[in-house]
Design a protein around this ligand. Structure first.
Ligand code: HEM
Length: 211
């Protein structure tokens, strides 16, 4: 869970930083999108490194979901009879719900997002346009509901990250009573930076700061 999660966190940070290039203008953003496909050239053919990256991310997503399901099953098997005396605390119930249902919604979002900006099936500008034009058309003010969908999905990604990063610290045995607050703060900071970085792009297009 933690290893696949770490790969996904690194991807998210890289993707978020790459997206911020939109604030440098169309040329920089399109150049970055082009570089993603040509990195490693001429040592390796076009798209080789990107394809390796895509395989690594896909394997990480599958392993992450598989670990979540099997850990859930193991937890239930270890305690076949539910506790009677002590109900789950509000915080425990909240974490399980955000991780489980949030995770499913994030997966649905990623499928939509791939159909939108990678396979261009649901994007207003398809093939023949630049990545910059596609992002700007996607989050146009007239399509505010797409921006709302992206922002809500990214907020869920943020909640998932905050709990996931903190859980990973815990599982790795790094948490002690003394550093608990620091680790919680670190998880909050990572999640906060990733969330703000991602939402800044659709919001800036919708509000006309990027056009
Ligand atoms: C909210 C702001 C976001 C924007 C503006 C955005 C933009 C983009 C764009 C333009 C691409 C296509 C890149 C290219 O082919 O050149 C892309 C691909 C992708 N995005 Fe996002 N993204 C956002 C958030 C996210 C989030 C939150 C996730 C994951 C939870 C995500 C996962 C992916 C994946 C998996 C790909 C495919 C990468 C590949 O083809 O190798 N994105 N995104």
């Amino acid at each position: 869970m933690a290893v696949s999660g770490a790969v996904l966190v690194l991807f998210l940070i890289g993707h978020m930083v790459g997206n911020l290039k939109i604030f440098l203008g169309a040329d920089d953003f399109n150049h970055y999108a082009h570089w993603l496909r040509t990195m490693g050239e001429p040592a390796v053919p076009r798209r080789t490194l990107l394809t390796i990256l895509e395989v690594v991310i896909s394997v990480a997503v599958v392993l992450h979901i598989w670990s979540a399901v099997s850990l859930g099953k193991r937890a239930r098997a270890a305690r076949p009879v539910k506790y009677q005396a002590r109900k789950k605390s509000h915080a425990q119930g909240y974490a399980v719900h955000t991780m489980r249902y949030g995770g499913v919604i994030i997966l649905l979002f990623v499928i939509w997002h791939l159909l939108d900006l990678t396979f261009l099936v649901v994007n207003p500008k398809g093939d023949g346009f630049t990545p910059y034009e596609r992002v700007v058309a996607d989050f146009d003010a007239s399509r505010w509901y797409i921006t709302v969908w992206y922002v809500l999905a990214v907020l869920l990604v943020g909640l998932h990250l905050r709990h996931g990063v903190w859980s990973a610290f815990n599982s790795l045995g790094w948490r002690t009573p003394r550093n608990d607050r620091t680790l919680r703060g670190l998880a909050f900071a990572v999640a906060g930076v990733v969330t703000l970085g991602f939402v800044s792009v659709p919001l800036s297009v919708t509000f006309g700061w990027v056009s």
